[in-house]
Design a protein around this ligand. Structure first.
Ligand SMILES: Nc1ncnc2c1ncn2[C@@H]1O[C@H](COP(=O)(O)OP(=O)(O)OP(=O)(O)O)[C@@H](O)[C@H]1O
Length: 336
């Protein structure tokens, strides 16, 4: 575990997918990243957290090659990004997939045409790029929606298109900048599950920038905490969550959890319930759970209740959500 001035990020036995050494980025007189030294393990799912303005998106822009630092070194897959020729830089960018918060899909293009876009930039012939786009859409579960326009897709489906587009060039590094922040908790959980599955199947290095602590809790192997452009803490997720060393980490972790006394064997989960949720409450009680905090929100014109629930630890998130909807849990569904 590292504290105020960490020397390097994680100790890495299998090599680093990306390394920043002493990176500083300024905008006029404002220093967005200061002397940042960071090394992300190859094949990890690393979460970058920090308050608004901490420098997270600036970091993503540097890693994606969309911007350059004022000083320091930036190595991706062993290549020094700052000394590459323009052709090498383009090749490197093709191996870096980007997933955005607001999907960034072109409204006048179908899902398949959006996914094919990076291949169009790379000069791949039309028939080939559309075939590859459809393959990529199949991998995110959208085989049947390839010809729909973005306006005909839900938020979660749009993000799946965004992920298919990020994967279509066969990247080894995937950068997800607040990829689930615009989605409700259930859709967000589905997208995180997909990202985790793709990361494992393709042996990608996944960097997830987020302000959602549930993303950190559920989906990443490593965490790095930024504060005012500096790295203040880093380590394996379990270690950082169980024993946060820096005040910023503690504040970030605390700020997103309801203050509640949990009984032994209980854990907290976040779920979405329909506005009239008496039946779901009964089911929750049958499972040994209880609501500890709830707030109403409107998503896609429908009123919903976002609730933190305390449930028995052995109840996994998928099973809980299925049971609250009145369906059998996933295990029972499989064996039925
Ligand atoms: N193009 C720019 N010009 C001037 N200042 C910028 C620019 N981009 C970012 N900044 C500043 O740099 C700092 C870091 O911004 P950045 O967007 O990286 O933060 P962040 O951690 O991603 O914040 P958020 O969580 O709100 O998205 C902020 O103070 C921001 O105002």
């Amino acid at each position: 575990m590292t504290t105020a001035t960490p020397p390097a990020l994680f100790s890495v036995s299998s090599g680093a997918a990306l390394e920043l050494r002493g990176v500083t980025k300024r905008f006029g007189t404002h220093t967005a990243l200061q002397d940042l030294t960071l090394s992300v393990p190859r094949g990890s799912r690393t979460g970058i957290i920090g308050r608004s303005g901490a420098g997270k998106s600036t970091l993503v822009r540097l890693l994606s090659g969309l911007d350059t630092p004022d000083s320091g070194e930036l190595h991706l897959g062993g290549e020094n990004l700052l000394t590459l020729t323009p052709a090498q830089r383009r090749a490197r960018q093709a191996r870096t997939g980007l997933v955005f918060q607001h999907f960034n899909l072109l409204a006048q293009r179908t899902a398949a045409q959006n996914v094919a876009l990076p291949l169009e930039f790379a000069g791949v012939p039309m028939a080939r790029r559309l075939a590859l786009a459809r393959e990529s859409l199949a991998q995110v579960g959208l085989t049947d929606l390839a010809d729909r326009y973005p306006a005909q897709l839900s938020g979660g489906q749009k993000q799946r298109v965004g992920i298919a587009r990020a994967l279509v060039t066969g990247p080894d590094l995937l950068l997800a900048d607040e990829a689930t922040s615009a989605l409700d908790p259930e859709t967000s959980a589905g997208i995180l599950k997909l990202l985790t599955q793709l990361q494992q199947e393709r042996d990608l290095t996944l960097v997830i920038v987020t302000h959602q602590m549930e993303v950190i809790r559920s989906s990443v192997t490593h965490v790095a905490v930024l504060d005012h452009g500096r790295l203040v803490e880093s380590g394996e997720t379990g270690q950082v969550l169980s024993d946060p060393q820096h005040a910023t980490t503690r504040a970030l972790l605390g700020a997103h959890l309801p203050q509640v006394q949990l009984a032994e064997g209980e854990t907290l989960q976040q779920v979405t319930l329909p506005a009239l949720y008496a039946a779901a409450l009964g089911r929750l009680a049958d499972l040994g759970g209880r609501v500890v905090e709830a707030q109403t929100s409107v998503t896609g014109g429908r009123e919903q209740v976002l609730a933190w629930v305390a449930v028995p630890q052995q109840l996994d998130a998928d099973e809980l959500r299925a049971r609250l909807r009145g369906q059998p849990g996933p295990e029972r569904a499989v064996s039925a």
